[in-house]
Design a protein around this ligand. Structure first.
Ligand SMILES: *Cc1c(COP(=O)(O)O)cnc(C)c1O
Length: 500
């Protein structure tokens, strides 16, 4: 059986030298694979092999089997890591390594060129203004914490998100910690939290001495399941428990279903802390994500849609709360000449230099959103024919930033297929990741309560098992995007064929 993901590179031993030359020209990889009727790799043929044969007088009409016998080709197995491949290339001074399956069939080819150009999941993308703004911070001598860029960054972000107030912090995690504390979360409290998220959404709950109760996702949008939330609120109420707060996460650039979630929480008197770390720039029914909670949190970590290399923001419409956040984030110093302290504070403030970068990044946010959406659209179109692949949906009323383009493989052996695809992409130097591992499956949170979308329907678990986040950076080149599309198609095909 010929290999279907490598067909143009494979030739049979009966093909002629002339055929091989033409094929080398057409495929432009500098190498061909000679395979038997079962697709097993017999040898490789390079430009050099053909040139030497011509010099030795071998006619172009001779079959490839007439070439002088070559040493057995250097190959790697499907389990080889990128590092293994590179080590083999270096040791053997070769630029191509065929991958063979357990039966010795050629199933893939890795080139040195790919290994020198990694495609990242989501890398920082600077605009034109950031350097000048940082320069301004230096020349005006405002390099220590606080300063005019911090104030301006807070004002500009608040205006963009449509909230009254904002406090800049050293990270999104710090903002979450402050936000929960300002909502009064402390030892003995119960706090609801989306299960399908990054661990930073939940850790501050635990660190404040409270107990998280995790809530499942909804199958279409992957965000917090209103149905599971209603079940949890009712069950807790029956036990006489009122959660102190709810951390509602807006996943992968898209708001949760706030029209349903906000009134539900309000009915039970539970304030919402919106974790909008991944959704800056998104809207829900025309309103910016991050404007729905009593408080909301953004992150400017290096992998987010805009970045200050590290940073965060706590926002809300309650001036007293945000003022308090600012005070707590600067060691909770009381207004006095000397250092007077009543409250327990933190060193959580964003520096003025980083705020300068943030201001430049805010100016290009809309462009970044459009670029990421374009990346997603290209993936969706290129992979539309793949069966059993379902994208995270963008339901009516939502405008997602597609911070990360994410899909889930459905059907039999989803996790095995997912892992095979991730291995394949990694071998080709493409950084893709599984969807977040839900908090209720983390050893760190073993034993915590969890409310699934429906009885016998653990949505976030299925999304984790079959879910893939593809490289989604706004600075990906057209060639990189095409490379990822082609590799995902090949990677999935390879797996189907091997399973068959
Ligand atoms: C990135 C992220 C955070 C944490 O933000 P940092 O700035 O890295 O501390 C919190 N929640 C979610 C959902 C995130 O993706």
């Amino acid at each position: 059986m010929p290999t279907s993901s490598l067909p143009p590179l494979c030739l049979s031993p009966t093909a002629t030298l002339h055929d091989a030359l033409a094929r080398l020209d057409a495929t432009a990889q500098g190498i061909l694979l000679v395979t038997d009727a079962q697709g097993r790799l017999l040898r490789t043929v390079t430009d050099g092999d053909l040139r030497r044969a011509a010099l030795a007088g071998t006619p172009a009409s001779a079959p490839l089997s007439a070439l002088p016998t070559a040493h057995a080709p250097h190959t790697v197995s499907l389990q080889a890591s990128q590092r293994d491949v590179l080590a083999l290339m270096d040791a053997q001074r070769i630029d191509h390594v065929p991958v063979v399956d357990a039966a010795g069939r050629a199933v893939d080819l890795i080139t040195r060129r790919e290994l020198s150009q990694r495609v990242y999941l989501s890398s920082p993308h600077l605009g034109d203004d950031e350097v000048a703004l940082v320069q301004e911070a230096f020349t005006s001598n405002w390099i220590a914490p606080l300063g005019p860029h911090v104030d301006a960054f807070e004002r500009e972000l608040a205006a963009m998100v449509g909230v009254q107030h904002a406090a800049a912090t050293s990270s999104g995690t710090a903002a979450l910690h402050l936000g929960l504390r300002l909502l009064g979360v402390g030892p003995g409290d119960v706090v609801l939290c989306s299960s399908l998220t990054f661990v930073a959404s939940a850790n501050p709950i635990k660190q404040l001495g409270a107990t998280p109760v995790f809530i499942d996702s909804e199958p279409q949008s992957w965000n917090l399941s209103p149905q599971a939330l209603a079940t949890a609120l009712a069950a807790l109420q029956a036990e006489g428990i009122t959660p102190k707060a709810a951390v509602v996460v807006n996943l992968y650039g898209q708001s949760a279903e706030m029209d349903v979630i906000a009134p539900l929480l309000e009915r039970y008197g539970v304030p919402m802390l919106e974790d909008a770390a991944e959704s800056l720039g998104a809207t829900y029914r025309g309103r910016p994500s991050g404007s729905f909670g009593r408080l909301a949190v953004f992150s400017f970590n290096g992998n987010k849609i805009i970045t200050t290399s590290g940073g965060g923001m706590l926002v809300g419409n309650d001036a007293a709360l945000i003022d308090h956040a600012r005070r707590l984030s600067t060691q909770a110093r009381e207004p006095a000449r000397h250092y007077e302290h009543v409250e327990d504070g933190y060193n959580y403030r964003l520096s003025n230099v980083l705020a300068g970068i943030g201001r430049g990044q805010l100016r290009v946010l809309e462009q970044r959103v459009q670029s990421r959406r374009a990346v997603f659209a290209q993936y969706r179109d290129a992979l539309s024919s793949v069966p059993g692949l379902r994208w995270m949906a963008e339901p009516e009323g939502h405008a997602s930033t597609r911070w990360l383009s994410a899909f889930v493989l459905e059907g039999e052996h989803a996790q095995t297929r997912r892992d095979a695809l991730l291995d394949f992409l990694e071998r080709h130097n493409v950084e893709a990741r599984p969807v977040w591992k839900p908090m209720h499956l983390q050893p760190l949170y073993a034993g915590c309560r969890y409310f699934a979308h429906a009885q016998d329907q653990d949505v976030s678990r299925a999304l984790f098992e079959g879910g893939v986040c593809l490289p989604s950076g706004s600075n990906m080149s057209a060639a990189q995007r095409e490379r990822v599309c082609e590799l995902v198609l090949r990677g999935l095909e390879l797996r189907e064929r091997n399973a068959a």
